[in-house]
Design a protein around this ligand. Sequence first.
Ligand SMILES: NC(=O)c1ccc[n+]([C@@H]2O[C@H](COP(=O)([O-])OP(=O)(O)OC[C@H]3O[C@@H](n4cnc5c(N)ncnc54)[C@H](O)[C@@H]3O)[C@@H](O)[C@H]2O)c1
Ligand SMILES: O=P(O)(O)OC[C@H](O)CO
Length: 327
Amino acid sequence: MSKVAILGAGRWGTALGLVLSRKGNEVMLFDKNPFVVEALKEGKDPYWGIEFEKKPFATTHLEEALDFSQYILIALPVQVIRKVLEGKSIKGKIFISASKGLEVGTNKRVSEVLKELFPDCKVLALSGPSFAEETAKGLPCAVVLAGEDVALLREVRQLFSSELFRVYLSEDIVGVELGGALKNVIAIACGISDGLGFGDNARAGLITRGLVEMVRLGTALGGKAQTFYGLSGLGDLVLTSTSSKSRNRTFGFLLGQGLSLEQAQEKIGQVVEGKETVKAVKELSEKLGLYAPISWAVYRVVVEGEEPLKVARELLLRPPQRDFEGL
Ligand SMILES: NC(=O)c1ccc[n+]([C@@H]2O[C@H](COP(=O)([O-])OP(=O)(O)OC[C@H]3O[C@@H](n4cnc5c(N)ncnc54)[C@H](O)[C@@H]3O)[C@@H](O)[C@H]2O)c1
Ligand SMILES: O=P(O)(O)OC[C@H](O)CO
């Protein structure tokens, strides 16, 4: 039995709290939302009403969570992580990032942000196809835990792993984090396509060519191609791009149906990581001279506010870049 602090008691932090608690661990969840914290203190998750097997600790005070354990699981929206942790003195701890995105402004992965803030700490990343609600309800899933230290990966896997939460290991943290971040942008594209009524063929095309963009950018940034065909790449891309449970796909869908950016975000009322990450993807791909037409189309709709149908038409009508399929 171990203790784990979870920063961010949104849907994913709470679902992972339930997973950890089912394995007999003690968890402390931190969130800024006092209603969420009060529900958790009562031993009930605030989203689906599932009882914790072991009552968790919960707090709105960050220091209390940071003091709780050597393991700190990050399940905050990516854009707030630096703001929440900056200036804290944290040494010799083990961070596990479960957030999926790139930091806007620096274009950094979450593990890079954490390493920059706390050079003395180790950082792992947990990713893969895993909707919070299904995980919370104890439905089976397979995820991947990545880091450089294999002994540490095995140690941390023990905290989570069960027949319902199958944890594979990877030494490619760059690829695993990028897989989880980049798939959200492609999921928005698929949502837009579905919202416009483009059908199943168009979605399959977007998933496949979207994966090519993910591999192109991801390998240029240091990830291994093989990783993008695994759980955190293709696995999560398929899940997110095809399910109405995905916030990213739903966001795109609502835009395709004619809602404004504000209306779509308000309707979802939860974090939509891809609409921020797409800004980093645009900058990085342009800086590296990489062709990313689907991500750029998402940028035009989501950041520049262009009309989805017009952008989609131009994406489809652009001249072929090369004769043969491939990277
Ligand atoms: N929901 C899923 O199915 C799922 C699965 C895998 C990964 N993720 C990733 O997990 C991360 C969190 O997603 P989520 O679904 O839990 O989001 P969510 O919208 O359900 O919850 C976000 C939580 O963060 C809290 N928060 C925001 N700013 C804060 C701050 N400054 N200080 C303290 N708390 C703050 C909010 O109060 C909220 O409880 C995202 O990066 C997402 O991509 C989500
Ligand atoms: O609901 P989404 O689109 O944020 O996706 C959630 C997870 O990343 C699925 O693995």
